[in-house]
Write a protein that binds this ligand. Structure first.
Ligand SMILES: Nc1ncnc2c1ncn2[C@@H]1O[C@H](COP(=O)(O)OP(=O)(O)OP(=O)(O)O)[C@@H](O)[C@H]1O
Length: 533
């Protein structure tokens, strides 16, 4: 199982970095791991560790460059709609070589990302968010983007996972790992980013392993983001995988297909999205980020006025969200901005009871196939049939675990089918001869890499069903994404079940389900069918 080395960085609750004490892991991105932290006076923060030294030598140099950019951008920007970086530290802990010398960004802590909220709405079968609230979030993101462009930067990775919502609902753009400073009208960056949000010309303009990035790439990404927010998660181009949707966008850009925006989106927003999604850089350049921010603000104002006058007839306005999202990560408001220097931090490992809330969320696959409205969302969520044999007390645990993964295949029904095939829902199951234990049959050393504190008791144990099931969701989610990235889009539940029993590498090498685990995979598929009635 070869997940990125940095995502295995495992710091205990109570670990100290400067004045910050870690309270739990939030998640890992392409090259950083984010932890929740608090100071002695109770100020809440998110600390992003960027351990480039754990990368293979071939990737290290370019990642170090990205980290320097992320640090520089974080320090130079200060705007109400851009996440605030309080300080940048260098960890000093010779006793722990995996963290010694690592750069840590201390940021104000958001409560959720937009991706988490959209995924939660989808899996609970809720439709799009209330229009005034969606408009408010988009206007915030537009204002943040205009600020970034105004300073001569391009975000480079605008997507729901990088739009953060503070506990008071404030909207912050985050994750500046791919942010670049313009050199003239464009810049070059390594080809990373989310396939779902790169403009169609990105594919044809890659050269020598680098891609051209212009401000219009962020404008395109904003168009996709706005479509997703206003429809509760639908991508403007059809397809069940990011690759298929990217092909759809390219066909449209070549003139081979019309732009078909979801017809529930109100007119003003449709026009704005269509302008953002003009097929090439030149025609898209007519809309700069300042104008985009202005238009989103006008649209927000008119939605708010409609809501006040009773003209708006959609779902009740209020917090975005109304979606049930996993609890945790609360923080008291936006903190004041402080240091902007790189300082050395003394770290003092302290073992302490911890509240660890891990919200996994990987690269997005939010777009559902065309026609997927609220009804489709609830079918996709794979809710468990009331009369199934899944133990009643496990259902919320399974549903919660599935909600942590934005991939459409990782449903409660799929996780239940996996658990039934692995242990028959037996919390005390054990197979010492193959070193597998608990309801999800984890091998202890493997569990460590994917562990989650599902029962929120400050501890991660493969014998605790909530921890084991949350970790299972974490791992299969990663498998699902990995197979999709490798172009293996068929029979993903079968491939995940096979990867869980063997490893992702074994499945990739076999080009599908390896013969020896076929009977097990067939069992999972049978149960999945049973739970997807
Ligand atoms: N300031 C913050 N407050 C709270 N959570 C945060 C904050 N910054 C990042 N996160 C969360 O931490 C996790 C990892 O974030 P990170 O920015 O490293 O990667 P990402 O955006 O998920 O992925 P990628 O880097 O591949 O785009 C995500 O779940 C993200 O929502």
């Amino acid at each position: 199982m070869s997940e990125p080395a940095h995502s295995r960085l495992d710091l205990p609750a109570g670990y100290r970095v400067g004045e910050w004490t870690l309270t739990g892991r939030i998640g890992a991105g392409s090259w950083g791991v984010v932890y929740a932290a608090e100071s002695a006076d109770g100020t809440q923060a998110a600390v992003k560790f960027l351990p480039t030294h754990l990368l293979p030598p071939g990737q290290r140099a370019s990642m170090e460059q990205l980290v320097r950019r992320e640090v520089r951008f974080s320090l130079e920007t200060d705007h109400p709609h851009v996440v605030s970086t309080r300080e940048v530290l260098t960890v000093r802990d010779p006793g722990r070589p995996e963290i010694d010398g690592v750069t840590a960004l201390v940021m104000d802590r958001a409560e959720h990302s937009l991706q988490e909220l959209l995924a939660a709405r989808r899996s609970s079968g809720e439709g799009p968010p209330a229009l005034p609230e969606a408009a408010r979030v988009l206007a915030g993101a537009g204002a943040g983007l205009a600020h970034i462009h105004g300073r001569g930067w391009v975000h480079g990775d605008l997507k729901p996972g990088n739009v953060l919502l503070a506990p008071d609902g404030e909207v912050w753009l985050g994750d500046f790992g791919l942010t670049v400073e313009l050199d003239g009208t464009h810049a070059y960056v390594p080809p990373l980013g989310s396939l779902d949000h790169v403009p169609p010309e990105w594919w044809s303009e890659r050269e020598g392993g680098r891609s051209t990035v212009r401000p219009t790439a962020d404008i395109w990404a904003f168009g996709v983001l706005a479509h997703q927010v206003l429809t509760g998660g639908l991508h403007p181009f059809p397809g069940s995988t990011a690759r298929a949707r990217a092909l759809g966008a390219q066909a449209y850009a070549r003139g081979g297909a019309p732009l078909r925006l979801d017809n529930t989106i109100p007119d003003g927003w449709r026009e704005l999205i269509a302008d953002c999604l003009r097929p090439d850089h030149a025609s898209r350049a007519a809309l700069d980020a300042a104008a985009l921010a202005e238009r989103t603000r006008e649209l927000e104002n008119s939605c708010a006025a409609d809501a006040r006058s009773g003209r708006y007839e959609g779902p009740a306005a209020g917090r975005f969200l109304g979606a049930r999202v996993p609890a945790g990560r609360r923080t008291p408001g936006r903190g004041r901005r402080r240091l902007s220097i790189v300082a050395a931090a003394v770290t003092v490992p302290v073992v302490a009871a911890a509240v660890s809330v891990a919200l996994l969320l990987a690269d997005e696959e939010e777009g559902a196939s065309p026609g997927g409205g609220p009804g489709a969302a609830s079918a996709q969520s794979g809710a468990l049939p009331a009369d199934s044999d899944v133990p009643r007390d496990l259902r919320p645990v399974i549903e919660d675990a599935a909600r942590q993964c934005a991939e459409e295949e990782v449903t409660p029904a799929f996780l239940a089918a996996m658990l039934k095939a692995e242990s028959g829902f037996d919390a005390d199951a054990r197979r010492p001869e193959s070193n597998e234990y608990g309801i999800a049959m984890w091998t202890p050393s493997v569990f460590k890499g994917w562990a989650k504190d599902g029962d929120k008791d400050g501890d991660k144990s493969y014998m605790s069903p909530p921890d084991a099931i949350a970790a299972m969701s974490n791992f299969v989610c990663w498998l699902d994404q990995k197979y999709k990235k490798e172009g293996m889009d068929e029979d993903l539940p079968g491939l995940m079940a096979a990867g869980y029993r063997t490893s992702s590498r074994t499945v990739l090498q076999a080009g599908g389900v390896p013969e020896r685990v076929r009977p097990h995979v067939q069992r999972v598929e049978r149960y999945l069918e049973e739970y997807t009635r």
